[in-house]
Design a protein around this ligand. Structure first.
Ligand code: PMP
Length: 353
């Protein structure tokens, strides 16, 4: 820390992103990216749009928001796009939490939530997951507070149903519920179809996972027009041109080629089933995942060692050196070939124990 660093952030522990190694080619199963390339229309749109880089992007992202509105049956005013869903999550912490309205989220969830709370000097309460890593809404406090719910949860992959979330919305009408659906396209239920019924529901999705666009940085928030207006106040106070021209064009093209991405998500679900079964056969505890990753623990090798041994063998997975989950590794679901290579190495590592 330099002697000039603001005392407002002196105690901040930043988020640690997953490794993006440049020195060696790994089978990369550590950051929940898609193993599939973007669709041809996306590549074409990016190339064409790059001809106009001298011009600012549309600060209102009207074409992209219009395409999203049409795709999801919403009004354009109900949508805001962002530089990845991370940016929109930060805006949601800023917009809907303060000293009197804490953030509330599970103790094991997306690691950025406590960082955003600390960054914005927002108090937060962590609700412990149950022993089996499930999250019961009964454990939520009655107090006012903005609940951040990753659904499916990360890194567990466990999902809640729309019915359960709807009950929560009805019970907590005085608070906003932010549902982070980064991984929803891999078999979980989205609450997008019910946004029109609740003025306290904000849904956040990303193009990073099911739409193979992690490197383009595109997310969107959907909710009633008033909630979106609040987020816009923060966007225009931060970065009006938050979504660049090429990403915007790529997003529109991706929506037009939805069938390609749906088929890819289906393949990921199939590979997830295959990998879950194989890991369980090897004695791993693996919760049922609705995401493009698995969270897995073996009695025979601890999470840190499994991560290191796999890395040595050319396969990257994610390990969180945190209480309660340090015995686990999180494995992104890739192609069938990648999953077979992973299982082969895991078997070899277990045999060495
Ligand atoms: N939410 C969750 C639960 C995530 O795991 C991630 C990916 N790290 C994000 C949001 C952010 O994704 P992005 O900023 O790429 O849209």
């Amino acid at each position: 820390m330099s002697r000039f660093f603001s005392s407002r952030y002196a105690g901040l522990t930043p988020y640690t992103p997953g490794e993006q190694p440049q020195e060696r080619k790994y089978i990369k199963l550590n950051t929940n990216e898609s193993p599939f390339p973007p669709s041809p229309g996306v590549l074409k749109a990016v190339s064409e749009e790059s001809q106009r880089l001298q011009l600012y992007s549309d600060p209102e992202s009207r074409l992209l928001r219009g395409a999203l509105a049409k795709h999801y049956g919403l009004q354009t005013e109900q949508l805001l796009v962002g530089n990845g869903s991370d940016e929109l999550l930060n805006f949601a912490f800023m917009a809907f939490c303060d000293e009197n309205c804490p953030a509330i989220f599970p103790d094991i969830t997306y690691g950025f939530y406590p960082v955003y709370a600390n960054l914005n000097h927002i108090p937060y309460q962590e609700i412990p997951l149950r022993e089996d890593l499930s999250f019961s809404f009964e454990d939520l406090p009655d107090r006012k507070g903005t609940v951040f719910l990753a659904n499916p949860n990360a890194p567990t992959g466990i999902a809640k149903s729309v019915t359960e979330i709807e009950q929560l919305l009805q019970k907590r009408q005085d608070s906003v519920l932010v549902v982070d659906e980064a991984y929803v396209d891999f078999g979980a239920e989205s609450v997008l179809p019910i946004v029109n019924r609740y003025d306290n529901l904000l849904v956040i999705q990303t193009f990073s996972k099911s739409r193979s666009m992690a490197g383009a940085r595109l997310g969107f928030a959907a909710g009633c027009a008033e909630l979106i207006r609040d987020l816009n106040t923060l966007k225009y106070s931060t970065n009006p041109y938050n979504v660049n021209r090429m990403t915007s064009a790529a997003g529109i093209a991706a929506l037009q080629e939805d069938a390609y991405y749906r088929e890819n998500a289906r393949i990921i679900e199939e590979n997830r089933r295959f990998t879950t079964d194989a890991l369980r056969e090897l004695g791993f505890f693996v919760p049922d995942s609705k995401a493009n990753f698995l969270f897995a623990r073996s009695e025979r090798v601890n999470g840190g060692k499994l991560y290191r041994d796999l890395k040595e063998r050319g396969i990257l997975v994610r390990h969180f050196d945190k209480p309660r989950i340090k015995d686990y590794v999180r494995i992104t679901i890739g192609t069938r070939e990648q999953m077979e290579a992973l299982l082969k190495e895991i078997k070899a590592i277990l045999e060495e124990q």
